[in-house]
Design a protein around this ligand. Sequence first.
Ligand SMILES: Cc1cc2nc3c(=O)[nH]c(=O)nc-3n(C[C@H](O)[C@H](O)[C@H](O)COP(=O)(O)OP(=O)(O)OC[C@H]3O[C@@H](n4cnc5c(N)ncnc54)[C@H](O)[C@@H]3O)c2cc1C
Length: 492
Amino acid sequence: MPTSPHRPIIVWFRRNLRLADNPPLYQAIATGQPIIPIFLWTPEADAPWQPGAASRWWLHHALNSLATNLKDQLGLDLVLQTGNHPAELLAELAKTTGATAVYTDERWEPFAIEQAESVATVLTQQSVDFQQFNTSLLNHPTALKNKQGQPFKVFTPFWKTAVPLIEHLLEKCLPIPPKPENQHCVTFPPSVLLDALNLLPTVPWDAGFYADWNPTLEGAKAAVSAFLKERVETYFEDRNRPDLVGTSRLSPYLHFGQIGARQVWWATQVAANAKGKGGTHFLSELGWREFAHHLLVHFPTTPTQPLRADFEAFPWSNNAEHLQAWQQGETGYPIVDAGMKELWHTGWMHNRSRMIVGSFLVKHLLLPWQAGAKWFWETLVDADLAQNTMGWQWIGGCGADAAPYFRIFNPILQGLKFDAQGAYVKKWNPALINIPAENIHSPWEQKPALLRMDGVILGENYPAPIVDHAEGRKKALEAFATLKKNTDSEEA
Ligand SMILES: Cc1cc2nc3c(=O)[nH]c(=O)nc-3n(C[C@H](O)[C@H](O)[C@H](O)COP(=O)(O)OP(=O)(O)OC[C@H]3O[C@@H](n4cnc5c(N)ncnc54)[C@H](O)[C@@H]3O)c2cc1C
């Protein structure tokens, strides 16, 4: 289609809320045409996967930061609009602005793929060019196939195949584009105020979030450099310790695209401290993120259905009291409760804790993994459909390359191993502050008189365990035994 130097291009921001290494923004500015940057808030179109409460909090601040940076660095005003469906809004925007094209970042959730298809249809009818660019992943999630030409279901061969492609294909990250010219030719469409999107909570449960996070573009950059300076060298040893800040804490920035995986990859490649085991292992975690998206694209029903079909018959419980105790961090297992409280107060949970609380939910309580995934969806600032789905199916033993269901985490031993002094548990369960390290992960094993001397009365200021570990384990194995043997063969 012929372009006109005076007609604008719409840059539709979705999960690429940044300026640098942002192909749709960069390529749009490179045309020399005026630019209209927009963000569309269409929660009904995303249902049931519209961002949860914690993600909306993050999104509010991420949009604010994007708008400020667009204005200060590129002289552009971010347009915010709300409506039922992106296709309706974009069709109208293209008509009223005379845009020749809409450029956007490619998303991989099934609902987002459908939305993009509808957008493509309506824009084509209006002779408006529609282009999607991969801004969030190292490789396109459909680029890789196993030796049989099928999607991978096992991580190690997936990552072995992916790495050479990344090394080979990855050009240097794109810089922040130059200020666009011709902006005076554009009549800007109307925009609502950010506050009108109502992304922030009306009840102030988010105080702890402000203490823990800087959800801006500057915060993203600072998080990458602090990790590469201070923690990547010890990442391999410390990554499983919820009592330490040993990981990057980049997940929400990556989810919202305030930093891109390519940028993190290259920053790690060139960081002096990242040459050893720490750097290599950290990069493989980005690989798990890639794998999660590969799985979601190829198995789009997995957010609600197990990848292993035999698990559809699993005899789950529906005990609402147990679910509530788990959600509120009132299970009586200190490491589980610490994780759930960390989640509630900060919108994030350490990966080791995610595995421990997840295993407790689906094994000790026999509650469906989907209930856990839903709670995480609402409460995580990094809630991501691909990663959350893979994480929960891994825990539930029903996903790709998953932990076998019969491998049941013992929350006491996990605590003793990964939070040996109980610092994490005490931080989030202050009632347990005086319990000695040897009992901190199983306070009920201490004599009641001694417990009382340490200031704890089970059932009063700290819950008694809602299930017995050995009993819970036995029931989980019995439930698992009712499933027919899995006959899926592993890929080569
Ligand atoms: C039940 C469950 C649910 C999860 N839900 C989410 C989710 O909704 N969103 C999310 O981003 N991560 C999720 N994870 C993965 C992981 O827990 C987080 O990515 C990690 O804890 C984020 O902390 P970090 O940025 O410090 O990670 P780091 O250890 O510093 O890793 C760097 C990056 O690699 C990616 N990554 C690390 N571990 C994993 C993993 N196991 N699977 C996929 N990607 C990974 C993340 O993008 C992370 O930011 C889940 C894991 C489990 C077990």
